[in-house]
Design a protein around this ligand. Structure first.
Ligand code: C5P
Length: 221
């Protein structure tokens, strides 16, 4: 067993996609595998944290020692995150929350009409921004999957959502969604650091070291 720098810290992690139902057999989803978030949860537990993992629909085993809560939709993820947010010192939001959901869920399987189908969508709440707006909120780490101008967009997101840190990954080039490896650009108000391509577990450990460093620099207990 290695060093346990996160001993005594409670860490909340969200991971995976959300599925937004259209009818009893169809949904709107995305390609997040949940692997980065699960790696963060595993690494945090290995570093001694008490970890709660809010997981969207993924086919992954629960990391050892982690308390897991399964959800499906963005609204379910929102209530699970809000329920746990204030008792944790750190919230790492790695979930790929669907931006939109169908305006209504059809009670029966939709039938083909030969006419095409327009699906009306409603915007989902921004869970991370809601947590950031709580009067007493944990240290907040967001993820940003970008395909271009990665650092610029991620920094704008850090400021707009009022986060402490953001981990940006460039999707594509064998990295990111559905991939084994990743590379992260970790950004905070005063600086940034590139974590070169590595396995998601290795990156998760490196990310957590930066998170703890910034957490302590922020003067939190
Ligand atoms: O704005 P964007 O979706 O790129 O921001 C990504 C970050 O915000 C991630 O940390 C993600 O978990 C979080 N997020 C959220 N609720 C949403 C959309 C994104 O918590 N509805």
């Amino acid at each position: 067993r290695g060093p346990r720098p996160l001993a005594g810290k409670r860490v909340l992690v969200s991971a995976g996609p959300t599925y937004e139902d259209i009818d009893p057999v169809r949904f709107v989803g995305n390609r997040s595998s949940g692997r980065m978030g699960f790696a963060v949860a595993r690494a945090a537990a290995e570093q001694g944290a008490e970890v709660t993992l809010i997981a969207g629909p993924v086919a992954l085993d629960t990391p050892s020692g982690v308390m897991r809560v399964d959800v499906r939709s963005a609204e379910q993820m929102r209530s699970a995150v809000l329920q746990h947010a204030t008792v944790n010192e750190i919230f790492i939001s790695a979930a790929a929350v669907g931006d939109y959901r169908p305006q209504s869920v059809a009670p029966h399987k939709l039938k083909k009409t030969g006419q095409g189908l327009a699906l009306a969508l409603t915007e989902n709440p921004d869970i991370l921004a809601e947590v950031a707006a709580l009067p007493e909120h944990p240290f907040l780490v967001g993820f940003a999957a970008e395909t271009e101008s990665v650092e610029e967009y991620a920094r704008a997101k850090l400021l707009r959502k009022n986060l402490d840190m953001i981990a940006a990954n460039c999707v594509g080039n064998g990295c990111g969604f559905e991939a084994e490896d990743n590379q992260l650009n970790v950004i905070w108000r005063e600086g940034s650091e590139c974590l070169p391509r590595a396995s998601k577990l290795v990156l998760a450990h490196q990310l957590l070291a930066r998170v703890l460093e910034r957490y302590q620099a922020s003067g939190r207990p």
